[in-house]
Design a binder for this molecule. Structure first.
Ligand code: SAM
Length: 207
């Protein structure tokens, strides 16, 4: 009995410590984005949405992504998952339009979209298609963020599908470039000899 109580207390303490660590990590984000991330994580914990907790871009990389996105109004994300990063990109700039692709239409997205105002939600377009299906029209893209299946083949196909609509000076940011479990991203960068540099766990390509 004593052992079970000690275990419960230990679990509670470790959950509280994880919460504190996460909240401290949010300091690197713009206040509106940090507030959304905090509420989204709390909602995910309450609803048992472990997929969103695991898959969303971490605050440190998100802050780098938002810094890179500064002044860029037309942004495309490949790999929406729960939509946390698409929402963060829209929250960070009131003039930004975000187009985000994922072949899986995840039901929990609606819950997180309900945390933002209709004005922010209106600037996000969800496309239930794989990223390699390419642009919907000829509109120029100022930043392309690739965070989909991380395989070499898909990453190469996505880069090829989006090349023609990249605006002059556009950035292409690849997630998990340094992740040991996703060598496909590094292989694609090497195979296409992409110009650029790593930032955090991302690779920033300047076409
Ligand atoms: C790591 S999660 C993306 C996280 C999201 N960018 C964020 O920060 O919240 C990867 C997502 O890519 C999606 N995905 C897998 N293959 C894809 C493809 N070919 N095109 C677009 N999305 C894909 C998966 O369904 C999954 O939701």
């Amino acid at each position: 009995m004593k052992g079970a109580r000690a275990r419960v207390t230990r679990d509670r303490l470790s959950r509280a410590a994880a919460q504190l660590r996460h909240s401290a990590g949010l300091r690197v984000l713009p206040p509106r984005v940090a507030c959304f991330q905090w509420r989204a994580r709390r909602l995910a914990l309450r609803t048992g949405d472990s997929f969103s907790l695991i898959s969303a871009t971490r605050p440190r990389d998100l802050s780098i992504l938002l810094e890179l996105a500064a002044g860029r109004r037309a942004v495309v994300e490949l790999g929406t998952a729960p939509g946390w990063t698409a929402i963060a990109l829209a929250l960070a700039d009131p003039g930004r339009e975000v187009l985000t692709y994922d072949p899986i239409d995840r039901v929990q997205r609606e819950r997180y979209m309900a945390l933002v105002t209709p004005e922010v939600a209106r600037r996000i377009t969800f496309v239930n298609e794989p990223g390699l299906s390419g642009p919907l029209d000829a509109r120029e893209v100022e930043m392309l963020y690739i965070d989909s299946d991380h395989s070499r083949e898909t990453t190469i196909a996505e880069l090829r599908a989006w090349r023609r609509v990249l605006a002059p000076g556009a950035l292409v940011v690849l997630d998990d470039y340094t992740h040991p479990e996703f060598p496909g991203v590094r292989e694609a960068v090497r195979e296409l000899s992409l110009q650029g540099h790593p930032r955090g766990t991302l690779f920033v390509h300047t076409p």
